[in-house]
Design a binder for this molecule. Structure first.
Ligand code: COA
Length: 566
């Protein structure tokens, strides 16, 4: 079937659905929601059998839904309606939630129901629940709905609001999110911040200046006068609640972009006492710790929980430091665990945007991430594993490939290409790492097509080594077991020797320094050359500028050689 996606943006949920439907043999084309006339034109060009809206912020025009079936993905249970579905569910502490696929009608979210999928609600950030539970449920519900549509005889169930558990909820306002620092305990503050994470954040103030808060982490030990900022650690600030304290990772000041808290309030933060941690070992109690290390069965596990998977210059340097330290431990295997939601999305575009010279900061950041990749590539004391619990994009996908083994959780979405960011050439040794895995042609195709790749596709193509359990806890158990087996294997020494030989052979054929120099020569042009595409693309990316057109690689129906079906 031909399926047209009408979307606000090509986000990870849309990418997952795109991959899932394409894998089932459907032809998917995408149009961004720019104007009703543009959506109508897309329908006329593509002549889809079905329209699906996985992520849309406006109603589909009646001129489309009155003529054909249009399925809306709503991140709520049956009967739930309104644009703040997840926000309310998290803030209200719902125990079970779900996704509903319903047909578009004049009244928002009130059309007949094609499929639903339920999940137990996890306490966590809205963006995390969206990327994990909601995405998995949406994939299964949309596949069910598409199959029913293809079968041709399914009659969707009209919404019976009276008997449904869900209800119509208004858009959540800042007044609903407001934190009362004199009354709210840590759990309440975290629930409010979690419900607003990603966008829009909670309107509040720090050091007397208005800002929106994001990225909350509970603190189990330190306390203070409720509302007071009592400590800082790296990029986060600690603020006391009535029964403890909450780390605030990121803030957005009026007219600014989202930044690490200590950078957004640099001068004020300098006067706040530092609550440093003692080394890299995971703290024994709940706190904010962006890099943490644990050990079991001859294996060292290095976690790096960087917000949104963005890795700034200092974060890369600290991680390289932690990796070098991990190599001194009496272990045989090091597993690079990344964060729970993202493994890495490459260089930190917000920090670059904020820098006095974005070109200089881009250069410093790419060199820092390359240093880290080089340290992993040339590690001759341990076998290394990158374990992708969450998604990876651009340089992050190749940084993972620098490890000897890459295991990804089923459901993870990868974007192993750079061109979407203003034709960036990319570095992280991709020219060394990618072609041997997928061939020269394959590498060019991946880079040029700029399409997402699922963990299954990555393993099937040989780019990564294995696609493991979809469920996060099961993935961690499986990863730990496999890593322990590697460490305990009788042939561990032989494997390590073979790795050293392979690296020496490759180095003799073409040194890593040469790959790096060639990639960085191109990147220098991206950063300092006459073509400003990268700087323009980054500007729009960090400010979330509305889309003004759909890229051709997504809108198949707009390709020059597209012929409408007869
Ligand atoms: N630097 C800074 N912020 C980044 C980032 C980066 N490299 N990559 C993602 N983010 C942020 C987004 O701005 C967004 O911020 P928000 O919390 O304010 O909404 C958040 O991470 C999630 O990103 P989003 O695009 O909504 O997630 P997604 O899962 O739908 O898409 C990607 C993932 C990787 C396709 C997309 O984020 C992307 O293209 N990132 C840029 C990758 C890149 O070009 N890196 C630089 C070259 S190495």
């Amino acid at each position: 079937m031909r399926v047209l996606f009408l979307v606000h943006g090509y986000n990870s949920l849309t990418q997952s659905l795109h991959s899932a439907l394409a894998a089932r043999g459907h032809e998917v084309s995408i149009e961004f929601d720019i104007a009703d006339s543009v959506a109508e034109e897309a329908v006329a060009l593509f002549r889809p059998d079905l329209v699906v809206a996985p992520y849309l912020r406006r109603a589909i025009p009646a001129s489309i839904w009155s003529r054909m079936v249009c399925l809306i993905v709503h991140p709520g249970i049956v009967g739930d309606r309104g644009p703040s579905a997840l926000d309310w569910a998290i803030q209200d502490g719902e125990k079970a939630w779900g996704v509903t696929v319903l047909e578009a009608r004049a009244e928002m979210d009130a059309g007949p129901i094609w499929a639903t999928a339920a999940f137990p609600m996890r306490r966590g950030k809205k963006s995390s629940v969206y990327r994990n539970e909601v995405t998995a449920a949406a994939c299964s519900a949309v596949i069910e709905a598409v199959d029913k549509f293809a079968a041709g005889n399914f009659v969707p169930t009209p919404l019976d609001q009276a008997s449904a558990r869900g209800r119509l909820r208004p858009p959540m306002k800042q007044a609903d999110r407001r934190i009362d620092w004199q009354r709210d305990d840590t759990a309440t503050v975290c629930a409010k911040l979690d419900a607003a994470d990603g966008f829009p954040g909670v309107a509040d103030a720090l050091f007397g200046a208005p800002c929106h808060l994001f990225d909350a982490w509970p603190e189990a030990k330190l306390t203070g006068v409720p509302g007071a900022v009592i400590a800082r650690r790296e990029t986060a600030l600690l603020r006391a609640t009535t029964d403890g304290a909450v780390w605030l990772g990121h803030v957005k000041r009026p007219d600014g972009i989202k930044l690490p808290a200590t950078l957004a309030f640099a001068a004020e933060s300098a006067a706040v006492p530092e609550a440093a941690l003692d080394g890299w070992f995971a703290a024994p109690v709940a706190t904010w710790q962006d890099i943490r290390y644990a050990e079991a069965g001859g294996v060292g596990f290095l976690h790096f929980e960087f917000y949104n998977g963005a890795m700034g210059t200092r974060q890369c340097r600290r991680l390289a430091e932690a990796f070098a330290w991990a190599r001194t431990r009496p272990t045989k295997v090091i597993v690079l665990m990344g964060g729970a939601d993202f493994w890495s999305n490459g260089i930190h575009l917000n920090l670059i945007e904020q820098a006095e010279s974005p070109a200089d900061e881009s250069w410093a950041n790419i060199n820092a991430i390359d240093d880290l990749a080089e340290a992993i590539l040339s590690c001759d004391s341990h076998l290394t594993v990158a374990a992708l619990q969450g998604n990876a994009g651009a340089g992050g996908c190749f940084l993972a490939r620098a490890a000897d083994f890459v295991w990804a959780r089923d459901g993870v979405i990868l974007n192993p290409h750079y061109m979407n960011m203003g034709n960036l050439y990319g570095s992280e040794f991709w020219t060394y790492l990618l072609p041997p895995r997928v061939g020269t042609e394959g590498a060019l195709r991946i880079m040029k097509h700029r399409l997402p790749m699922t963990a299954r596709e990555a393993a099937a193509s040989g780019f990564y080594d294995a696609c493991l359990a979809a469920e996060l806890a099961a993935f961690r158990v499986d990863t730990a077991r496999r890593a322990a087996e590697l460490a305990a294997a009788a042939d561990f020494g032989a494997r390590l020797a073979a790795k050293r030989e392979r690296r020496a052979r490759d180095e003799a054929a073409k040194p890593l320094a040469a790959y790096r120099a060639e990639e960085l020569a191109q990147m220098k042009r991206n950063f300092y050359g006459f073509d400003p595409s990268y700087h323009v693309a980054r500007w729009h990316f960090v400010r979330k500028s509305p889309q003004s057109w759909t890229p051709r690689h997504l809108a198949k129906h707009r390709e020059l050689d597209w012929a409408p079906p007869t």
